[in-house]
Design a protein around this ligand. Structure first.
Ligand code: GLA
Length: 734
């Protein structure tokens, strides 16, 4: 349906999906969201009421009027908070006043899209906005700004999109983090002012906000009303929450542009990143919306996620054919399905001081190329993956010596080094072609199944070395184009997004990647937290999670195999451990866990994530509930010791109240059980059936569990699908 400015009615547009409604005022200027939240199910007779939501509430003195902000808020419409657009023409035309030129509401495959066009003839600007509600209930917004002036340039300093949230949203949750401790939650009250999260690292960042959620006080996984936004951009970006004196609250996001980075010539257009948003009751519902959204992608992996064997923590830079073939053989024995050769295979790369940028197999280490290793890996029935860090260059490399002008820099001088490396300017066609052709020819030569795409430093002072102009925006677009082109040329190729561990986790890179590496920390205790919170945005099939050596290389904590594997189980499972050093008993036990993963991955990778709001901080319980809730798998995790002698009951959410479930302990996790006089609760040792209603309302008595251990169990609808326990389960571990 297309509506021109002349016929543009005052009727708000109503978008509805998955229990969420978005009511948008399109009667004039930039579209304004009048309601984003629970479904309103509006009938025709409700239209006048919905329209009245757009009214301005006048303050006593005319200065403190309150009105719903536009998705690109403007002072011309009375918004005195952070403006949606900041820009100018050589110091003039600093403020805009857009007038509606028309809008169009389309619906295709359950996706409702409201496209609007507005113009400011005085400023000579045109604004297009897209507000889209997906079948998952995930909302996303994007805007485009065109310079319609015939001659003069227009500089965009900032363009941010905003979504209103109601006054019930009193508390904020977002994330901090660092290398090895990504996605650490932080909470605060939603008070007057702007809570601004800036990402200036030229990548998404291990400290990225990821999700900024506003909700009713004390909201948790299972309770509270929550509105959450995510800025989908792998370059510089902002995400913010703002409360002004008139009481309007907004959540928003956009790209963070460097000075002079976005100067629009006549006719040029700047398009913002998508800002995603989800509403729900409890964080589990918010996560379910994002998971459904990602699973709706045409490119979402449809094959079972293969067990990965990654070489990094096994051998680091110490590569040779004999060692890695032996490692691959150990991997195949325990059931690995994909072998990934990590950093260290290319020209001059004996440590992290040299080689980046020279994407040719180093004949000093691999005299006959990678063919023999790839052949051995395939002969063992595994796929082959290879590590690249495509955007990076060491000064000690052939490519940097030949093309010093290919390095991103503020001018002649180079930026401060990070991990001894610099960033290649992929906005230069020759540099881009060098990386694309080197990667593409290796993918073709070895028929590579999988690329671990790394990015290990921030973009400090990222400019074109010759012109000294800033380049993060274009660099980010160039990286997306590079990924897109590689996938176009090699349609079977899968890509993992890694950035010093979990530093590039965002929904735009996920348009073109198949999993993320959540963290370089594979200590299971740390991973419990990292995966719990990464899981707010990403479903587990997209989150790489490996079983490491008994003593974690990054924390020197030692954990049982059961804890390491029970943690990795709830992701895209892999192994990152020098299995040549493992004992026969360890290999057998690992093989049993791999078998369990293979048995449960369909459920975990398609299920609904649920988290119990267990009142004791020492314990977490989480699980995945399958379609129609006929099957579920749960972990009861002791993060530490508790002041309470007994853990109490765990209420299991997400089940069908009327379904009778068989509770099946997974005995591979028996080592987590504290040896008590009475033994574990009877459901652990005796056949037990119980309704979903009782499990959700009364709960299961939790067994006593040693700290830094996890106990696993399944729930299977009695009479529903039942898979026999694995041999390993039956044999158990005494
Ligand atoms: C980064 C990655 C690691 C590993 C190393 C290799 O730190 O996050 O997983 O690939 O680089 O240098």
């Amino acid at each position: 349906m297309t509506v021109s400015a002349a016929e543009s009615s005052a009727q708000p547009a109503v978008l509805e999906a998955a229990g969420v409604s978005v009511v948008v005022d399109v009667s004039g200027g930039v579209p304004r969201i009048l309601h984003w939240g629970p479904r309103v199910g509006a009938r025709a007779s409700d239209r006048p009421f919905l329209r009245s939501l757009a009214e301005t509430q006048r303050g006593a003195d005319g200065l403190h009027d309150s009105m719903p902000p536009a998705v690109l808020p403007e002072q011309a419409a009375g918004w005195m908070g952070t403006p949606g657009l900041e820009g100018h023409r050589d110091g003039t035309t600093f403020s805009s006043r857009f007038v509606t030129a028309g809008h169009e509401l389309n619906s295709a495959a359950g996706r409702q899209t409201l496209n609007s066009r507005a113009v400011d003839d005085d400023a000579q600007l045109e604004l297009t906005t897209t507000i889209e509600l997906a079948p998952s209930g995930v909302l996303r917004l994007r805007a485009g700004l065109t310079n319609t002036a015939p001659v003069s340039h227009y500089t965009v300093d900032a363009m941010r999109l905003a979504l209103p949230v109601p006054a019930e949203a009193q508390e904020l949750l977002d994330f901090a983090g660092r290398h090895l401790r990504e996605r650490t939650p932080q909470r605060r009250a939603f008070r007057v002012g702007t809570h601004l999260r800036e990402g200036r690292r030229g990548r998404t960042g291990s400290d990225a906000a990821m999700l900024l959620a506003a909700g009713t006080p004390g909201f948790s996984f299972r309770s509270g009303e929550i509105w959450a936004v995510h800025t989908a951009w792998s370059g510089n970006h902002v995400t913010f929450a703002e409360l002004g004196l008139t009481g309007e609250r907004v959540l928003g996001g956009g790209e963070l542009l460097l000075p002079g980075e976005m100067i629009l010539a006549p006719g040029e257009i700047y398009t913002t990143p998508w800002v995603y948003a989800a509403h729900g009751s409890g964080l589990d519902e918010v996560a379910a919306a994002f998971h459904a959204h990602l699973r709706e992608r045409g490119s979402h992996p449809s094959s079972p996620r293969p067990v990965v064997l990654n070489t990094w923590e096994a051998v680091y830079f110490d590569q040779d054919l004999a060692s890695l073939t032996a490692l691959a053989e150990c991997g195949a024995k325990v059931g690995a399905e994909r072998f990934v050769l990590d950093d260290g295979w290319f020209l001059g790369r004996r440590d992290d001081t040299a080689g980046l940028g020279d994407w040719q197999v180093d004949r000093a280490v691999w005299p006959d190329g990678l063919g023999a290793l790839v052949g051995a890996v395939r002969g063992l029935g595994m796929q082959f993956g290879l590590w690249f860090e495509p955007e990076m260059v060491n000064e000690d490399s052939e490519v940097a010596r030949a093309h010093p002008d290919w390095i991103l820099a503020p001018g002649e001088r180079l930026p401060i080094a990070g991990r001894n490396q610099q960033v290649l300017n992929l906005t230069l066609p020759d540099a881009y072609a060098h990386v694309l052709e080197s990667m593409s020819s290796l993918v073709a030569e070895y028929d590579i199944d999988y690329i671990k795409w790394d990015h290990n430093r921030d973009l400090a002072e990222p400019g074109d070395r010759t012109s000294a102009a800033p380049r993060v925006h274009q660099q980010t677009r160039a990286v997306y184009a590079l990924m897109d082109e590689l996938r176009r040329r090699h349609p079977r190729l899968e890509i993992e997004s890694c950035s010093s561990g979990g530093g590039r986790v965002d929904l735009e890179v996920l348009q073109r990647t198949d999993r993320v590496w959540a963290s370089d920390c594979i200590d299971a205790l740390e991973r419990q937290q990292i995966q719990r919170w990464t899981g707010l945005l990403l479903p587990p099939e997209l989150v790489g999670s490996h079983v490491g050596a008994p003593t974690a290389h990054t924390t020197y904590r030692t954990h049982s195999m059961a804890f390491r594997a029970a943690t990795a189980l709830f992701g895209h499972f892999g192994i990152e451990w020098d299995l040549r050093q493992a004992s026969a008993a360890e290999l057998d036990e690992l093989a049993a866990w791999v078998e369990l993963y293979k048995q449960e991955r369909d459920l975990i990778h398609s299920g609904t994530a649920v988290h119990c709001d267990h009142p004791d901080d020492a314990y977490w319980a989480h699980g995945y509930v399958g379609e129609r809730a006929e099957r579920a798998i749960f972990a009861f995790v002791a993060l530490g010791t508790s002041v309470a002698a007994q853990p109490g009951r765990i209420r299991l959410p997400g089940l069908n109240p009327d379904t009778v479930y068989r509770v099946e302990p997974i005995h591979l996790s028996d080592s987590a059980l504290v040896h008590t006089a009475s033994g574990p609760p009877s459901w652990w040792t005796e056949p037990t059936t119980v309704t979903g209603r009782l499990l959700g309302s009364v709960g299961l008595q939790a067994p006593m569990v040693y700290p830094e251990q996890a106990l696993l169990f399944r729930l299977v609808a009695d009479g529903g699908t039942h898979t026999e326990n694995t041999t390993a389960d039956i044999e158990g571990r005494s």
